[in-house]
Ligand binder design. Structure first.
Ligand SMILES: Nc1ncnc2c1ncn2[C@@H]1O[C@H](COP(=O)(O)OP(=O)(O)OP(=O)(O)O)[C@@H](O)[C@H]1O
Ligand SMILES: [Mg+2]
Length: 363
């Protein structure tokens, strides 16, 4: 069991003017309530400064909470010191002791927990095997690669058998290739442990590939919680639609203030295979830029009312400056209101689509 419950968590940095008053500084986290399910791989994702680290540090007990409460398995831990919470945290900087070997680094935390020595060495062997570092037990951190150091930091946290693992951008110091192999390893480690993982990243690709529960944050609030598919297919607002995806959703504001959205992959150039049907929306545009992504091309197109991205695997290159006709099918259109919240009603979505279509016909 290791379910975390956040109730109206708010963090305001700074000192209050008088006792009993709220501080007047930055509201880094604003009234966040959610449940982090036990054994989930929950990823907090959002742009720089949105409050991810602050929220994670409050769960760890490293940061005081201005308002609200945190429960771990129905026990209120809001005022319990970090060491007594059964939570381990892995940081972006590995925070290893440089003068100690890999073995000693892992042993240190366990000795502090007053564990019998046979149990300590059994656990160290077990975690070194888990992170594939059995051969490196007697090296010092300076003689390891970045990825190996990160794995030592991970092993040290795993050895304590925490109920909850908190990780703050643990892979950001690694090169792209190592990062992707460490992602896979972390997913496997999560599978083999019975703990809850809470993982912070600003990288939506990392979030979508690793997490089974995604929490999208923006300016101190939680915008949406869901599985990667829910977040991608059913974003509840413009922010989530544009933050998730590479590139994010195209969102165009119409004359009436409502917005239409469509994924770069869900629109196509008109050609012999893609012949528009009568009720499709046809937009005309001019190609501004083309990026070759290997298996597909990313086109940046000016459609007058805005600029959009189109992802297409069609290798018949269109040239920059060329004009193009693009099809948007109704089933691929999303609608948002003036406040950038998703519109779900079928009739209202149809209205937004029709006004975009009417605009397309004028071009
Ligand atoms: N000790 C502090 N004192 C005052 N303000 C702070 C402090 N720490 C963070 N902040 C502010 O709180 C907000 C949230 O910061 P936080 O570090 O939680 O963001 P983040 O989402 O982790 O960003 P990043 O992706 O850049 O790490 C920011 O506006 C930041 O400037
Ligand atoms: Mg941070």
């Amino acid at each position: 069991m290791s379910r975390i419950e956040l109730n109206h968590i708010t963090k305001i940095y700074g000192e209050p003017k008088r006792k009993g008053l709220l501080p007047e500084g930055v509201r880094a986290v604003n009234n966040v309530s959610m449940v982090i399910p036990e054994r989930s791989f929950t990823v907090l994702v959002g742009p720089s400064g949105c409050g991810k680290t602050t929220l994670l540090r409050m769960i760890a007990g490293l940061e005081s909470i201005t308002l609200g409460t945190i429960k771990l398995d129905d026990v209120d831990i809001t005022n319990i010191p970090p060491g007594d919470r059964g939570i381990a945290m892995v940081f972006q900087s590995y925070a290893l002791y440089p003068h100690m070997t890999v073995w000693k680094n892992i042993e240190f935390g366990l000795k502090n927990a007053r564990m019998p020595s046979y149990e300590i060495s059994r656990r160290i062997k077990e975690v070194l095997k888990l992170v594939n570092l059995e051969e490196y037990a007697h090296r010092r951190p300076a003689n390891l690669s970045g990825g190996q150091r990160q794995r030592v930091a991970l092993a040290r946290a795993v050895a304590k058998k925490p109920k909850v693992f908190l990780m703050d951008e643990p892979l950001s110091n690694l090169d792209a290739k190592l990062r992707s192999s460490m992602r896979t390893e972390l997913i496997q480690i999560h599978e083999s442990l019975e703990s809850t993982f809470v993982y912070v990243t600003h990288d939506q690709v990392e979030a979508m590939t690793m997490g089974d529960n995604i929490v999208v944050m923006n300016e101190g609030v939680v915008e949406q919680v869901g599985t990667p598919l829910e977040i991608y297919d059913e974003p509840n607002c413009v922010f989530v639609a544009q933050f998730i995806g590479d590139p994010g959703m195209n969102v165009i504001t119409l004359e009436n203030g409502k917005k239409i959205g469509f994924r770069p992959r869900n629109i196509n150039f008109v050609n012999e295979e893609n012949v528009p049907k009568t009720d499709d929306c046809i937009i005309r545009g001019k190609i501004l830029a083309i990026e070759n992504h290997g298996s597909e091309f990313l086109y940046y197109v000016d459609i007058g009312i805005g600029k959009i991205y189109i992802k297409d695997s069609d290798r018949r290159m269109k040239a920059i400056g060329e004009s193009a006709e693009i099809i948007l099918k109704r089933k691929n259109a999303y609608a948002f209101d003036e406040k950038e919240k998703r519109i779900y009603g079928e009739r209202e979505v149809a209205e937004v689509y029709e006004s975009f279509r009417a605009f397309g016909n004028q071009l």
